[in-house]
Write a protein that binds this ligand. Sequence first.
Ligand code: HEC
Ligand code: HEC
Length: 415
Amino acid sequence: MRYLFLFFIIIILNSCNEKEPVKPIWQPTPYTITIPKYFPTKLNIPTDNPLTVEGIALGRYLFYDGRLSGRIHHDSLMTCASCHVQSQNFRPGLTNPAFTDGMPVGIKGVPTSHAALPLVNLIWNSNGYTWNGAVHSPDGGTKNGTTSESNEKYSNELTWKSVAETTGTTGNIERIVLETILHPAELAGSLSQTVDLIQSINGYPELFYKAFGTEEVTADRIAKAISQFVRTLISTDSRFDKYMRGELQLTTEELEGLVLFTTEEGADCFHCHGSDGNLLFTTNLFYNNGKDTVFTLIDDRYVITGNAVDIGAYKATTLRNIAVGGPYMHDGRFKTLDDVIDYYSHDVKMSDHVNPLMHHAAAGGVQLTPSEKHSLKAFLTSLTDEKFLTNPDFAAPAVFPDGKLYDEVKGISSP
Ligand code: HEC
Ligand code: HEC
């Protein structure tokens, strides 16, 4: 009898156990970047933030969710896409009604100090982010470059200044995300407010579990997820790419433009915007390209390196999708590609600091004829990748984790 009793207890205990939901082992799905022909094989992915399908999916929601600012009122939401618009090569574009001439303004009405940069093929950049390379991973990108390698290196209580102070010039896209949330000219928020709000939104904790193994939302994880998404923004399918792969022929005009682009006696563009046979159309390096003769020394490459050769130097940004992405240059001084071509043709200013690769600076520029300008523009336009600009994987999600529609969470100036 006693044994029978024990037998029942064991059965009851067992059935209790069976009812307890078994949590699946956390196993995110690795995401592999397929490196297209002619592209460099070295990628800039921090070792502590490998790409996963779940991390990228979470990052995409956060990139497009105005509540990343830590606010919920419809008039005070702002997203990464307020300034980085897919159809405009992840720049604001000239027609954004919230910004004059494509020069962004943060959530509090404070203008950013520079024109926005495109978010394209950044995974191949190991030479530093932002216009002057202020954010840089010292070993070429395999680490974040922060002082601590712990998962909590980005505390939820950081201020914009303390991010800059603790990291110096080191860091990666992860750091830019946090600075964006905090910066007075961008989301002007506080990390703890953002973290608390995201944690409280239905659906997000589960996505953090899928991406990172627990439901806990931290600033570090937000930064990591968004950075993963940004690293997937890859453009390799322009008319020019198809020509390189032998899939189509460029027009005579485009081919003339290509020759101009890649010859010193032509338009002489290739040294700075991609010279080593790679298809990034940027060296990701910094040059003074002769726009001015007086230099402010407040935000140029010189501020970072202290080398006289960097006075008035900024990043020679990628020319991929350049035809859709104005305004141009770090201060947005040129509105159209024609303005830029006119500038390089006959408006370059000679100074002690202009980079020697501006071979024709003393003559005021490369002196193109109207028909050459036309061809150069045609070639630059062949770098437009419609598939990238409309890729649904990079677009705003229609519905957010808590069931809200994009229209409800997108906030000011987002498309
Ligand atoms: C208010 C406008 C604004 C918002 C919002 C904004 N950005 Fe930016 N972004 C900029 C500007 C301006 C720059 C250029 C900064 C500089 O160099 O001074 C930039 C630069 C960057 C860069 C560096 C690109 C490069 O080639 O070096 C990255 C990466 C970036 N932003 C990602 C983001 C992400 C992710 C978000 C959302 C968390 C975001 N941005 C939100 C305006 C904005
Ligand atoms: C000496 C190096 C150098 C050469 C040569 C050069 N560029 Fe540039 N280019 C730069 C730098 C640096 C910038 C960014 C400057 C700034 O923001 O102040 C730039 C910016 C640009 C921009 C604007 C990019 C943007 O995202 O806003 C375009 C377009 C451009 N260059 C096209 C050309 C063309 C076309 C040629 C040839 C006629 C050329 N460049 C030759 C260094 C160079």
